[in-house]
Design a protein around this ligand. Structure first.
Ligand SMILES: [Zn+2]
Length: 404
């Protein structure tokens, strides 16, 4: 599965290794409409309906542009329909294709280290979303939403997002040893969903949003977030036990995610690497190792999450699995390890171990940690008490998702 993307990633990782990691203040995104109308006419011909009029084409372009900018609302991308010059990301709608796909990205450019990716939307194949029995207004609405969803999806890949990010929904709780959960199709409400996640034709015709995990990762992408989560480097000294664990100070996720705090770490595995993190009762923690999927040294990671004693394994995962019904329930996706929304029921310092499946492995990895903090809902009497005692003191509340 996803071998073509993996091949891209190998190529990209070689390029990435030569890049500096300087941040840019803002990324320009060129929305390129060249030859869009010609491709639209191919789609309408396939669908057996009249070509869209010039006025209808203007409406479709406007709808698509508005949806894309809405998907990325709250982030600092600058979308423009004229070539901005310099380095820029591109979404192009007018390319020809002989394949049956809807779109294609250059790479999964985690952290957006490249600044010049192209996301391709194969407009001519969108006849699937033009039903001749529908009213013209419905055809235009469904086509527009589908085009915009694919456009934001392909741009998402070029900014570092992956299909399984669609399952990163903070409200879900792990229900088995591996921390898997059944999503009940919730992943398909998100932009990074795709065919194998169960996204249907009708699902593509509905406006989708970025998942909570996608929101976190967009804050880790260079030049994308006004409040970026920056990279922490692995310490140089050995930290191969709980006693020597590197402590992770989580960064608040400013918005656009139901995860409250996150960490982005860059490391190199050559033996056990331990990290520690402070959690409160009721928190949920997501931990992901990205190695095989972004680097080329075939490090097959294994993740363990330890209780506060540093020795009791609470959860463990070797390979990331997702399919149309959920995560960690069959459907291998990557050798990379991932633990989803692990619950803890007591406050304390917990431990994460990055290990390898086989012995003697070594390799680069990035690690993403995202924590959804428990949000107590006071009983009415407690609210009265608190308001009396605290007056106007602000109570911390879970941030709502924006339309990212
Ligand atoms: Zn994709």
């Amino acid at each position: 599965m996803n071998f073509s993307l993996r091949i891209f990633c190998v190529a990209v990782s070689l390029i990435v290794s030569l890049q500096t990691t300087s941040s840019l203040a803002q990324i320009n995104v060129f929305v390129d409409w060249a030859d869009f109308e010609a491709r639209l006419n191919e789609a309408t011909a396939s669908a057996g309906v009249a070509n869209f009029t010039a006025g209808e084409v203007v409406t479709i372009k406007s709808n698509v542009f508005n949806d894309i900018t809405s998907h990325y609302g709250g982030f600092s991308l600058n979308f423009t329909e004229t070539n901005p010059g310099g380095d820029y990301e591109t979404i192009v709608f007018g390319l020809t294709t002989t394949g049956s796909g809807y779109g294609r990205a250059d790479s999964i450019d985690f952290r957006n280290l490249l600044k010049t990716g192209t996301g391709r939307v194969f407009t001519a194949n969108f006849d699937d979303f033009i039903e001749s029995s529908d009213a013209r207004s419905v055809q235009i609405a469904e086509l527009s939403t589908s085009l915009a969803g694919t456009a934001s999806h392909e741009l998402g890949h070029n900014l570092g997002l992956q299909h399984f990010d669609a399952y990163g929904i903070a409200s879900f709780s792990a229900t088995d040893f591996n921390g898997g959960y059944t999503t009940g199709d919730a992943q398909n409400a998100h932009v990074m969903a795709t065919g194998f996640t169960g996204l249907t034709e009708s699902g593509r015709e509905v406006y989708r949003t970025f998942s909570d995990l996608s929101g976190v990762k967009l804050h880790m992408a260079e030049g994308v977030s006004p409040n970026p989560i920056t990279v922490t480097s692995e310490v140089g000294s050995s930290h191969s036990s709980a006693a020597t664990a590197q402590h992770l100070d989580l960064t608040s996720v400013a918005f656009a995610s139901e995860y409250d705090d996150a960490e982005l770490l860059e490391g190199f595995f050559s033996g056990s690497d331990y990290y520690s993190v402070d959690l409160e009762a009721g928190d949920k923690i997501l931990i992901e190792v990205l190695s095989e999927i972004i680097y080329s040294n075939d490090f097959d990671s294994l993740l363990r999450f330890y209780d506060t004693d540093g020795t009791t394994v609470m959860f463990e995962n070797d390979d990331l699995e997702v399919n149309s019904s959920g995560v960690n329930n069959g459907g291998p996706y990557s050798m990379d390890a991932m633990l989803w929304n692990l619950p803890v029921d007591a406050a304390g310092r917990y431990f994460i171990e990055v290990d390898s499946f086989g012995s003697g492995d070594s390799g680069n990895y990035d690690m993403v940690v995202a924590v959804a903090r428990f949000q107590a809902i006071p009983e009415p009497s407690a609210i009265l008490f608190l308001s009396a005692v605290l007056g106007s003191a602000a109570m911390r509340r879970r941030r709502r998702s924006s339309s990212c």
